[in-house]
Write a protein that binds this ligand. Structure first.
Ligand code: FEO
Length: 165
């Protein structure tokens, strides 16, 4: 069953938002590269790939439902930060925003009895819990270490172990 026009519009908006998320994290990766923090950069690089995967999940849902797929231009993302803490705080705040958008989508899908979309969105609801938790964990660690360069290097090594799923 083809989704309603309203749902189709909302899903396309979220798909494009997820492409932006990929762009945002790639830009953060680039900034971390410039700070000589390759582990942080690697973490962001993997995250950028995951976000593209999120966009493609919605893309494929639209495709399978025979709905319009409208990929748009990606807005510029911030590419300068004052510190690793500022970058990860921005990442956490952004994920909280994404969670709210996913919740709005879920509310709309349930209101329309579009259970196919709601089922697809369940994955995102779960994923957002993880996305918020993992960025928040790094924010907490960065706050704990203050200005300790040695501790920053330790976190960098740890984050650099993240591999694409
Ligand atoms: Fe796809 Fe991190 O939100």
């Amino acid at each position: 069953m083809i989704p309603s026009k309203k749902m189709e519009t909302m899903l396309n908006k979220q798909m494009n938002a997820e492409f932006y998320n990929s762009h945002l994290y790639q830009a953060m990766a680039g900034w971390f590269e410039g700070q000589n923090l390759p582990g942080f950069a690697q973490w962001m690089e993997v995250q950028a790939g995951e976000e593209r995967g999120h966009a493609l999940r919605i893309y494929n849902h639209l495709k399978e439902r025979r709905a319009a797929i409208l990929v748009e231009g990606v807005p510029a993302a911030p590419n300068k930060y004052k510190s690793a803490l500022e970058a990860f705080t921005a990442a956490f705040d952004h994920e909280v925003h994404v969670s709210k958008e996913i919740n709005k989508l879920m509310e709309a899908a349930l209101a329309e009895k579009d259970y196919a979309t709601a089922k697809m969105l369940e994955w995102f609801v779960t994923e957002q819990v993880e996305e918020e938790a993992q960025t928040d964990a790094v924010v907490v660690q960065l706050k704990m270490i203050g200005n300790s360069l040695g501790s920053l290097m330790y976190i960098d090594r740890h984050l650099g172990k993240r591999k694409a799923a």
